[in-house]
Design a protein around this ligand. Structure first.
Ligand code: GLN
Length: 304
């Protein structure tokens, strides 16, 4: 099978569809992005690297960063981490407050905002220079040295981040945030503002398809068991209350962000990243989901 040809054909087909979605304009700066951007990049274990469209343009990865912050916290704390955040799908929107009240401030999983705020808190407690140390970790994992936070996007979100502030304060009231909530929020908004391209993302996430080892210099980032667990979490929780539907349609572990990016992993085979900024009502890229659905159907390269 010619993977490049399939990627190109599916890209051409999905590019033309009418995506009825909306930009994530609740973060004002994300409302200014050109809605027609569309890029895809695939990286395989046997060293195929192929991109189409806006595959090397940087965009705001938003919640995709939650996988990277989780990985960094997991390396620092090991299994103790799961005392602070659970590993169950939430079935609720990414910014929901509802379960926290009845579940004593322990978030359902690390990929909803509540869980990612707890992970941000853990990183602040364990790193000397959280923003710099995290950025260096991401740069070390990827081949690109050109990765940075967008101050413009972080500030734009911070100015209207009332809901995340509510989440952080509620968790703090239950004792599951150690640091000052304003410091945790500032770090969290910076994490979400990280800018990467589809090419950066698929190259970086490839170690999750490779038992936790980077492909080039064979560094071990996670143990095999930890890698399995991160992939399991992406499978069950990566798309908020659309996680079931994503598994049903696409059949790959993955993670989305409200910047319109999605990265997905096929253990032992490949990583793929898609970017198209218009979102469906669950906050996931409309064309991104559609592309991946057509791609795994055509190639039969889903995990099921
Ligand atoms: N920064 C965004 C928020 O907290 C991330 C949400 C997302 O990408 N789903 O609202």
């Amino acid at each position: 099978m010619d993977i490049k040809k399939v990627v190109q054909n599916v890209y051409d087909k999905v590019k033309g569809i009418d995506d009825k979605g909306n930009l994530a304009s609740y973060i004002p700066e994300l409302g200014n992005v050109n809605p027609d951007f569309f890029g895809v990049h695939i990286s395989t274990i046997d060293h195929l690297n192929f991109g189409v469209g806006n595959s090397s343009d940087k965009f705001s990865i938003q919640s995709i960063v939650k996988v990277l912050s989780l990985i960094m916290a997991y390396r620092l704390l090991g299994e103790e981490l799961w005392n602070r955040v659970k590993v169950e799908p939430s079935g609720t929107a990414f910014n929901s407050l509802i379960q926290l009240e009845v579940e004593n401030g322990i978030p359902r999983n690390p990929f909803i905002n509540a869980g990612a705020l707890v992970i941000a808190d853990i990183l602040i407690s364990n790193l000397r220079y959280p923003k710099e140390d995290f950025l260096n970790f991401v740069k070390k994992l990827s081949n690109s040295k050109e990765i940075r936070y967008s101050e413009r996007i972080a500030t734009s979100e911070k100015n209207v981040g009332y809901r995340n502030a509510a989440l952080c304060n509620l968790i703090k009231s239950f004792g599951n945030i150690e640091n000052n909530p304003s410091e945790v929020l500032d770090f969290y908004f910076n994490l979400c503002s990280l800018e990467m391209s589809c090419e950066d993302l698929s190259n970086l996430f490839l170690f999750l398809a490779n038992d936790g080892f980077t492909l080039g210099d064979k560094q071990q980032i996670l143990t095999r068991s930890q890698t399995k667990r991160i992939n399991a979490l992406m499978q069950t929780c990566g798309f908020y209350d659309e996680s079931g539907e994503f598994a049903f349609k696409v059949g790959l572990p993955g993670k989305s962000g409200v910047g319109g990016g999605i990265v997905a992993v096929h253990p032992k085979q490949y990583a793929i990243a898609v970017w198209s900024p218009k979102l469906n009502e669950k906050g996931n890229s409309y064309k991104g989901v559609r592309f991946l659905e057509e791609f795994t159907t055509e190639t039969e390269l889903s995990i099921f």
